[in-house]
Design a binder for this molecule. Sequence first.
Ligand code: DLZ
Length: 207
Amino acid sequence: MADSIKALPQFTERFDGAPLRIAIIHARWNKTVIDALLAGTLAGLKENGIKDYNILIQSVPGSYELPLACQRVIAGSHVQAGATATDLLGGLAISSPLAPGSSRSGTPAPAVATMPNQPFDAVIAIGVLIKGATMHFEYICDTVSHALMRVSLDTGIPVIFGVLTALTDDQALERAGLGRGADKGHNHGEDWGQAAVEMASHTRRWG
Ligand code: DLZ
């Protein structure tokens, strides 16, 4: 990729991620790219002080399912201590939080053991939409982007837009740091983790 002026600059102030609780909801479609974006997002969160036990990861089939899952995870995050992770998600199966060093393909860690009784400060919605032969892509891109914004405005919780809307496989790969050329591209997940910490900190302050 040629040099570009497009980038998310570093924070101009420091934020303390330690007290923040973040949920990541990710689609499973286009798994290779999703896995890289998820790893980038986790790196971005951890670089900014987010603790493993304050991260919840939930998968859904495709990007179309992201808005409802975000809405339910936000709504469920206020339930009292002792509720199971499944309770928190209103019946959706949980896939995390991951215990440090645990395998994503292994048995999910019991979320209730580490999850504090505290609402989520931000949710990161991750999906990878790649244009095909039909209008499917346009409809899902439009619907999902509007719906995620609606969830954010309706709940007052930042929903970070981690949905790639790529016209080609290469565009998606490059935005996950998996480019097939000499330049592998930048993993946008790192930016999404950073954006989540910044917006979560701002909204805590704004009340
Ligand atoms: C059906 C479909 C297609 C064709 N492409 C994608 C895609 O590129 N990215 C994605 O996240 N999901 C895709 N899906 C699945 C839909 O998002 C959704 O899961 C199904 O239509 C079921 O509601």
